[in-house]
Design a protein around this ligand. Sequence first.
Ligand SMILES: *Cc1c(COP(=O)(O)O)cnc(C)c1O
Length: 228
Amino acid sequence: MICDNLAAIRQQIEQAAIQCGRSADAIRLLAVSKRMPLEAVLEAAQCGQLLFGENYLQDALSKIEQADKGLHFHFIGHLQSNKTRQAAEFFQMIETVDRIKIARLLDKHAAHFGKKLDILIQVNVGREAQKSGVLPDKALDLLTQAGQLKNLRVRGLMTMPPYGQDSEASRPWFVRLRQLAEQAAAQHLFFDNKQVELSMGMSGDFMVAIEEGATLIRVGTAIFGTRP
Ligand SMILES: *Cc1c(COP(=O)(O)O)cnc(C)c1O
């Protein structure tokens, strides 16, 4: 079931990429396994899915500890100060940095672990009160500050757009994130300005996200089914 879903999604990624003249290799699928048991992660891993996204630190750590070391995890939840140490230790990327305080803590912990930590800046493109993320007009400032931290590599931007009726409703928000990234890259605000990561698109709208330049799509329900 999980394998069938993964195969179908890989095919859709391929199709969306071809349609807009991109290479499917430039799009990474993050399997969002939040609130799913370890068994679901292992099943996905058996069909070649090695990259996972988790929102809740404790839940994630128990899976990461038990899973094969070849699996990679990105943190995609709201990150609190007191969780930054474990986040820096166990995740390959933190996609949800939205304030300088968190960036500084991650930098400090990354130094302690002797690693360079990949991060994304989460942008609240819809300026929604209930959502995390830096406001679009504050994003370049945060990128500038975070870019000076020696143990972080600011790879790109991430967003979760406002809820929409259909996938097309997400398009303008994805465009907004891409334009912001282009602006920031022109100012050399990323670690690698020629290869900027755009994490956008979920189960309902990842095809549109790919058309608008997503390099990372975060898909949960379409792979694992409805969460418990
Ligand atoms: C849960 C979640 C997803 C996956 O959502 P689905 O609709 O289940 O694909 C993606 N990104 C973030 C940040 C999430 O919290």
